[in-house]
Write a protein that binds this ligand. Structure first.
Ligand code: UD1
Length: 417
C-alpha cells in the first residue's frame, strides 16, 4: 500500500493551477448518458472516481475515450440499464446515474449505496423525488429496481434539505421528462450550476440553477457539445491551506474565487492576506495564525463540509481556541484522533470540535480515514516538525490529482512511497 512521506516545516511558495472539479465531473459524465450524440468534457480531473464513472458509462452501452484531461462520450445507442454492484461500491456517488439512466432508458437497476466513511448516506430524497416523477422503484436485498411504465413526467418537488445529489438526480431525470419540474429548496452549490450550464449547452431548458428554486422544462432530445468542467473548489481550498499552514505564499490559477467566499473569509480571519482576481487567487500567510471563533458547516453558500477537515488542520496552529460545528454529516471527525497523535489539542463533543491551537505539531505515522480528512493530515504534516507518514492514501487519490507533485512544486518535501 502506498504512503505519503512528508518532512515538514518547509514554507510553501509558488504558483499552481487548480484541477477540474471531481464533484462536477461525476454528474456531468452521468448527464452525457442523456445526450443523443457525442459529448467532450475537458478539464476532467484524472481521478479513480472519474475512471469509475467512465466504466459505468461503458456498462450502459456508451462509447467512451479518455485522452489527457478530456473524456469523450458517445451515447447514441445506450443499451444497458444496470450499474454493477462493484462500481456502486467503489463510488457511492454513482447514485447520480439513476436519474440519467431512467431519463434516457426508462429503467435502471443498481445496488443500494449503503453507508460510507462519513456515516449513513441515505437516498430517501432521491427516491421520493423520482417516484413523484412517475418512477416505480422497488428495493430488494440491497438492490434497487426502477422503471417508469408510462415515462417520467414533470413534478413539483420540495426537498426537506438541499441535498446536492438529490438536486442533481432530479435535474437529470427532468431534462427529458414530459412537462415542467420545479425543485424547491434545491441545493445551490456551484456544481449544480455547472450541471445546468452543461445541459443548457446540450439544448435543455433549465432556469434558476444557483438559486433555491430550479425549473426544468423537459425537451425531446439533447445534442452533444464540448464543455470544460469547473475548477475544483475543495482542491483550491486545500492548496490555499497548504500555503497558509506553512506561512507561505501561493498564486492559485484557474480558480473561481467567488465560489470560495466562505472559506476565504476564514483564511482572512486567521490572519492570512487574500487577494482575488478574475482568474486567480493570491494568498500570503502569516507567521502567527489567529483563532477564528466558530465555524459551522452549511449548505452552499455556507462553509463547505468538505473543507471542514482542512480548516481543522489549519486551526491547530492558531494562537487560541476555535470551534467547528459539523452540521451536514454525522461522522466527519475521523481526522481528529490522527491530528491529536501529531500533537494537536482538539476535543470532539458530538458534532462540535473544540480546537486549542498548539505551538508545534510533530511528525507521526497516521492513516487517512476519508478523502478530505486524509488531505488534512497531509496539511498537518507540512507544518509538523520531523517526518509524517500518511497511509491509506488511495482515499486521498480519489479527490486529488497527484497531490504530492502539486505540493512539491510549491517547495514541500513530500514523496509517494
Ligand atoms: C455531495 C458531495 C460531497 C459533499 C456533500 C455536501 C459529490 C459527489 N459529493 O454529496 O462531497 O460533502 O455533497 O456538500 O458531489 N441526505 C439524506 N437523504 C438523501 C440525501 C442526502 O438524508 O436522500 C443527507 C446526507 O446523509 C447528508 C446530507 O443530506 O447528511 C447532505 O447530503 P448531500 O447534499 O446529498 O450530499 P451528497 O450529494 O451525497
Amino acid at each position: 500500500m502506498q504512503k505519503l512521506v512528508i518532512n515538514g516545516e518547509k514554507r510553501l511558495c509558488g504558483e499552481l493551477k487548480v484541477q477540474g472539479a471531481k464533484n462536477s465531473a461525476l454528474p456531468l459524465l452521468a448527464a452525457c448518458m442523456l445526450v443523443n450524440g457525442e459529448t467532450r468534457l475537458t478539464n476532467c480531473p484524472r481521478l479513480s472516481d472519474v475512471f469509475a464513472a467512465v466504466r459505468i458509462l461503458g456498462c450502459l452501452g456508451c462509447k467512451c475515450s479518455v485522452s489527457g484531461d478530456s473524456v469523450t462520450v458517445s451515447a447514441q445507442q445506450p443499451c444497458g440499464c444496470c450499474v454493477p454492484e462493484e462500481l456502486m461500491r467503489e463510488m457511492r456517488s454513482s447514485i447520480v446515474f439513476l436519474g440519467a439512466v431512467l431519463g434516457r432508458v426508462g429503467e435502471c437497476m443498481l445496488s443500494f449505496p449503503g453507508g460510507c466513511e462519513l456515516g449513513p448516506r441515505p437516498i430517501d430524497m432521491h427516491l421520493f423525488a423520482l417516484r413523484k416523477m412517475g418512477a416505480v422503484i422497488t428495493e430488494q436485498h440491497g438492490e434497487l429496481m426502477c422503471s417508469c411504465p408510462v415515462g417520467l413526467h414533470g413534478a413539483d418537488i420540495t426537498l426537506p434539505f438541499p441535498s446536492v445529489g438529490a438536486t442533481e438526480n432530479i435535474i437529470l431525470a427532468a431534462a427529458l421528462a414530459d412537462g415542467d419540474t420545479i425543485i424547491k429548496n434545491a441545493a445551490r452549490e456551484p456544481e449544480i450550476t455547472d450541471l445546468a450550464n452543461f445541459l443548457l449547452r446540450c439544448g435543455a431548458r433549465i432556469s434558476g440553477a444557483g438559486s433555491d428554486t430550479i425549473t426544468v422544462r423537459g425537451v425531446q432530445s439533447l445534442h452533444g457539445c464540448e464543455y470544460s468542467v469547473m475548477p475544483d473548489r475543495i482542491a483550491a481550498c486545500t492548496y490555499l491551506t497548504a500555503a497558509a499552514i506553512t506561512g507561505g505564499e501561493i498564486t492559485l490559477t484557474g480558480a473561481e474565487a467567488s465560489d470560495l467566499d466562505s472559506f476565504l473569509k476564514v483564511l482572512e480571519l486567521s490572519g492570512c492576506s487574500v487577494y482575488t482576481y478574475s482568474d486567480r487567487i493570491f494568498l500570503s500567510g502569516t507567521p502567527t495564525l489567529r483563532p477564528v471563533g466558530m465555524v459551522r458547516t452549511m449548505p452552499y453558500p455556507g462553509f463547505p463540509t468538505d473543507a471542514q477537515a482542512l480548516a481543522t488542520a489549519l486551526l491547530t496552529q492558531a494562537r487560541g481556541t476555535s470551534v467547528i460545528v459539523e452540521t451536514i454529516f454525522e461522522n466527519r471527525f475521523h481526522h481528529v484522533s490522527e491530528l491529536v497523535r501529531m500533537g494537536a489539542n482538539i476535543r470532539v463533543e458530538g458534532k462540535v470540535a473544540i480546537i486549542e491551537g498548539v505551538k508545534d505539531l510533530y511528525g507521526a505515522n497516521v492513516m487517512a480515514a476519508d478523502l478530505r480528512g486524509g488531505a488534512a493530515l497531509v496539511l498537518a504534516g507540512l507544518a509538523a516538525q520531523g517526518t509524517t507518514t500518511v497511509s491509506n492514501i488511495r482515499l486521498i487519490d480519489r479527490g486529488y490529482e497527484e497531490i504530492e507533485k502539486a505540493l512539491a512544486s510549491l517547495g514541500a518535501d513530500i514523496e509517494r512511497k
